[in-house]
Design a protein. Structure first.
Length: 344
């Protein structure tokens, strides 16, 4: 594939998850629209209400098929708004959509909806996944059939409310105790210059959890530890630390955990030898794109590897109106990923 291609120019969509089901490529994006909300550091301008699914049988030369709305916020009893990133996994012939949404209590949780086909319709469960929190699920099925969900996102994604994970499920909004190496955020208007952890403290980790047969959490979520090349936990002040948008894929037996660095706008990756990690930081996959957020998925289709992501070029940099894009992903002989220029 030469260069990059916009996947669906006729609508604003973002946060792609990509999977091949029955030889067809499916993209599960967030569905952006202009809700007229002011931009803020908690993502209040991302007021998505529904999900569509797109599919392709010829990614490079063909057009996307839009299968229409597969789930609307009004169908989900527990969710009030903000249908953010989602992912889909196949298990025993059923398709499970795991999605992020904000409940009536103002807390982001992960929801579950089930379908008989990859293109839906998806029937939501009445309650969020037990013990879930924060945003941006990536549901990864390993070769032995075990399913893991990676999730979490800082700032508006509320991951900082749930540190340390071992303390149970009660959120602690507004509290950033020193014992965790965290500092108080102060008023929202000041946030741009602040971070949630002291720069030389370990970066706040995302979470991974094994799923049970009924696609609930089979265990307490574990921290996803990213180590630097010296084997030390990556620091909160490192511009390559985790922020949101987890993705997991496997290449030549290695586990590749990739993510967005949020306020420093990179897509980065770390590798490990099992699904729980720890993962060792390897480098940047994509430099910043036009638009504040960057978010991706990596999948193999018809013998080639691709990265799916979004940018805000078509909307003239309106950060809440993003467009899906794809290009090829290339590995070096040693398994490292060749970095991609985000502005191309
Ligand atoms: O789409 C809303 C949020 O923006 C996602 O959850 C993040 O990953 C970022 O792309």
């Amino acid at each position: 594939m030469e260069g990059k291609k916009y996947l669906y120019p006729s609508d604003y969509m973002a946060d792609p998850s990509a999977h091949v089901f029955n030889d067809r490529l499916y993209i599960y994006p967030s569905h952006d629209w202009d809700a007229g909300e002011c931009e803020d550091d908690d993502g209040g301008h991302f007021q998505m209400r529904d999900y569509h699914v797109l599919s392709f049988d010829d990614l490079e030369n063909g057009q996307a098929t839009d299968h229409g709305v597969i789930l609307d916020v009004d169908q989900v009893a527990w969710a009030e708004k903000q249908m953010w990133d989602s992912d889909v996994v196949e298990k025993d012939g059923k398709y499970y959509l795991v999605f992020s949404a904000k409940g009536y209590d103002g807390v982001f949780r992960l929801g579950l909806a089930v379908a008989d086909k990859p293109e839906g319709p998806f029937i939501p469960q009445e309650h969020p996944i037990r013990g879930s929190f924060s945003i941006d699920p990536c549901v990864f099925k390993d070769e032995d059939g075990s399913i893991y969900t990676y999730f979490g996102g800082l700032w508006g994604g509320q991951l900082q409310w749930w540190q340390p994970l071992a303390q149970g499920n009660a959120p602690i909004p507004g509290k950033y105790g020193d014992q965790n190496g965290l500092i108080d955020l102060g008023p929202a208007a000041d946030r741009k210059t602040q971070i949630f952890a002291k720069p030389d403290a370990p970066a706040l980790p995302s979470a991974v959890v094994k799923m049970s047969d009924d696609m609930q959490f089979a265990e307490a979520p574990r921290q996803v530890l990213i180590l630097d090349k010296n084997g030390e936990p990556m620091k909160a002040g490192d511009p390559h630390r985790f922020f949101e948008a987890s993705w997991m894929h496997k290449y030549k037996g290695k586990y590749y955990f990739s993510y967005s660095t949020g306020d420093s706008h990179f897509l980065c990756y770390a590798t490990g030898d099992n699904p729980y990690g720890p993962f060792t930081y390897q480098g940047v996959i994509m430099t910043p794109v036009v638009g504040w957020t960057t978010h991706h998925a990596i999948a193999e289709y018809k013998g080639k590897w691709y990265i799916f992501h979004h940018d805000c070029v078509p909307s003239n940099d309106k950060t809440w109106l993003r467009s899906l894009k794809v290009c090829e992903l290339h590995y070096n002989e040693d398994g490292s990923i060749q970095p991609i220029e985000g502005l191309d």
